[in-house]
Design a protein around this ligand. Structure first.
Ligand code: MN
Length: 208
């Protein structure tokens, strides 16, 4: 995907994640917050013709190519686009089934069990101070959990995110108010494990 970046439609109905995330949250989150990052990124990149053939990922990885005066804004807004697109793609319905594929085996080998992965991931999401994300990433073929502030993204030449949860207050406040832990707990029911597992398999092919 290149400039001008387009708002990707939500890959399911706005009420598809109820009861765990209500329709109102999804409207604000997708139509206002995520969309604003796309609009702002296009404004910024619009000023620099030499950046206009770079992909979203390249803008985030090849930061040396960015002009100093716009580096931080481009990084924040490109991160806002990338992170939200992955976040929305990682969910699909309120009755997800636990993974049973190669990714499930890798999660068990790395974290002990799916349940231990859940608690470690939840801890990263709950303990992220202020706004940010928790991630399951693939780093040189190995799974890791980490968290990042604001719209920072762990994408790099050697690290690729597989799964993320947005823990900015706008992701849950309208339904959960200050109860981030309840949001995180319920969010596990929404994960599109087919998407995450397919992403893992295609990335592992590249690693080999
Ligand atoms: Mn968000």
């Amino acid at each position: 995907m290149n400039y001008p970046f387009e708002v990707e439609p939500l890959p399911y109905a706005y009420n598809a994640l109820e009861p765990y995330l209500n329709e109102e949250i999804l409207h604000f989150h997708h139509d206002k917050h995520y969309t604003a990052y796309v609009v702002k990124l296009n404004e910024l990149v619009g000023n620099y013709p030499n950046l206009q053939n770079m992909s979203l990922e390249e803008l985030l990885i090849q930061t040396d190519a960015l002009p100093n005066e716009a580096k931080t804004s481009i990084r924040n807004n490109a991160g806002g686009v990338y992170n939200h697109e992955l976040y929305f793609a990682c969910m699909n319905s309120p009755d997800c089934e636990l993974p049973t594929d190669q990714l499930a085996l890798a999660i068990q080998a790395t974290f002990g069990s799916i349940e231990q992965f859940r608690s470690a991931f939840a801890a990263a999401a709950i303990n992220q101070f202020g706004s940010g994300y928790a991630w399951l990433i693939l780093s040189n073929g190995k799974l890791e959990i980490l968290s990042t502030p604001n719209q920072d993204t762990p994408i790099s030449l050697t690290v690729t995110p597989l799964l993320c949860i947005d823990v900015w207050e706008h992701a849950y406040y309208l339904q959960y108010q200050n109860r981030r832990a309840d949001y995180v707990e319920n969010w596990f029911n929404l994960i599109n494990w087919d998407f995450v597992g397919a992403r893992y398999m295609s990335l592992m092919k590249e690693v080999r």
